[in-house]
Design a protein around this ligand. Structure first.
Ligand SMILES: [Zn+2]
Length: 173
């Protein structure tokens, strides 16, 4: 077999997918492919690539594009949710710190006044300030622990994800 024959074979393999080739050319190509494993392998690769490209083109239907967009939107919602939660935790922390300070100050003022009135030693007021300061922070921590549910409804996101997945499955079918 000459290099020219292989060249002709490769040319016919590439043309075969896109345009009609004559019956004599087709017959010649088939006989060459049965004798030449190199060209046979190229033909298999070329046809495989064609099928792959076709599959990708068919898969990228408008509804799959829409499903992908929906998935991106759901992801954005998730990101928003996480950001919102971070902001909430930051606000809770600030409120907690502020209310703790106010409670401690109140305890210091009221406790000091009560201690003076009842003629109690000032040493019982000082640990009280610490307890009051810790107490508010503790309450805030417990509230934050129990309110750590998602800000946005997670089932909504799961619905969007489930819906788009169903669509993608329908596309494949
Ligand atoms: Zn060949």
């Amino acid at each position: 077999m000459t290099a020219r024959e292989h060249e002709r074979a490769l040319d016919l393999i590439m043309r075969r997918g896109t345009e009609e080739i004559g019956a004599p050319d087709s017959a010649w190509l088939n006989s060459h492919l049965s004798l030449c494993p190199e060209c046979e392998a190229f033909a298999a690769d070329f046809d495989g690539t064609g099928r792959l490209l076709q599959a990708v083109a068919v898969t990228a239907s408008p509804s799959l594009v829409a499903a992908t967009q929906m998935r991106v939107r759901a992801r954005a919602l998730q990101m928003q949710e996480r950001q919102a939660r971070t902001v909430l935790i930051a606000i809770s922390f600030c409120i907690g710190a502020m209310s703790s300070t106010v409670t401690a100050w109140l305890w210091w003022e009221v406790g000091g006044w009560v201690a003076r009135k009842l003629a109690l030693p000032a040493s019982i007021v000082e640990p009280g300030v610490f307890v009051a300061w810790m107490f508010t922070a503790l309450v805030i921590a417990v509230v934050m622990l129990f309110s750590s549910r998602p800000v946005f409804d997670r089932s909504l996101i799961m619905n969007v994800l489930g819906h788009s997945r169903k669509e993608a499955t329908n596309d494949r079918a």
